[in-house]
Design a protein around this ligand. Sequence first.
Ligand code: TRP
Length: 330
Amino acid sequence: MGKKVILSGIQATGNLTLGNYLGAINNWKKMQEEYDCNYMIANLHTLTIRNDPEKLRNNTLNLLALYIAAGIDPNKSNIFIQSQVALHAELAWVLNCYTYMGELSRMTQFKDKSAKHADNINSGLFTYPVLMAADILLYQADLVPVGEDQKQHLELTRDLAERFNSIYGETFKVPEPFIQGVAARVMGLQDPTSKMSKSSSIPNDSIFLNDEPDIILKKFKKAVTDSENVVRFDIKEKPGISNLMSIYSAITGKSKENIEKEFEGKGYGDFKVAVAETVIEELKPMQEKYKELINNTDYLEKIYRQGAEKAYSIANKTLEDVYKKIGMIL
Ligand code: TRP
C-alpha cells in the first residue's frame, strides 16, 4: 500500500500570518513523513484580483522560501508553483464545462469577494473553485488540508469528481477534507470574532510571519481581551482570551486546563507576554532560515524547477486519461 496523497496550497499574496502558519504550514510539516505530500504555491488564483506583476513574482518566491524555512523539506515533499504546470489551467477548462453556474453562485467566498471587489467581479473570481478542483484532482489527492473557509470549495471538488466519474468511469480520486485540530482557526487580535487575515485593515490585528520580536510583543500587548482578568477558555464570552489560549496551546501543546492553571491568579498582562514570547521563539528559526533562503535565488530556482517536473509527471497521467475519455486527440 502506498502512502496517501496530500495536496494543498496557499495563494501567493504576500504577508503570511500566524494563522497561515499554525493553521496550515506547521501542520503540513508534520504530515511529510506519513503522507505523499504536494504543496503548491497558488499564483494563478491571485489573478482574480489586480496585482502588480513584480510584486506577484516576489510574493511567489517569498512563499516558496517560507515553505522551506518553515520546515517543508523539498526532499520529502513536492513543492511547486502552480503556473509552472500548465495542466492546471487545462484541466480547469475541462472541469468548467462540467460545473453549473448555480453551483458557483452558491459559493460563499464568491459572494464575499464580489462584495469586497465590486469594481472587478471577473469570471475568474466566479470560476476560482474550479481551478482549485483541478489543482486537487490532477494529483489524485486523498486528503486536502484546508481551513473552514475552503470547505465549500472542497465539497464542490468532490461533486465534480463524482460527476465526471459517473459519466466516464473511474477517473478521479474523490478527495476528503483534512480539517486540522485545535489551532486550525487563529482569530484577529483586535477582532477575535473574525479570522486573522493577511489583508485586515485593522492595525495590530494580525501577526505577520516576518514581524520583528518587538512588533510581535507590542501587538500581543494590545490584543483585545475582556474585563474579567481571569485566564479562562470561553469562546462566546471571552473570544480574545480564548484566541490567545488557542495560540499558546497550539505552540506549547499544553491543554486549555493546564493553561488556566498556569495563569491562575495572574493577570492578562503576564499572560499576554507569555504568549508573545512563545510566538517569538517559535517563529525565530523560521525567520532566520527565511532571510538566508530569500537571497539564494539559484537554490530556489532549482527547487521550483524540480518541483514542476515532478508535478507535471503526476498531473499529466491524469490529464491524458481525461482527454482520452472526453474525446481529445492525444
Ligand atoms: N483557495 C485556497 C485558499 O485561498 C488556496 C488553494 C488553491 C488551495 N488551490 C488549492 C488549497 C488546492 C488547497 C488545495 O486558501
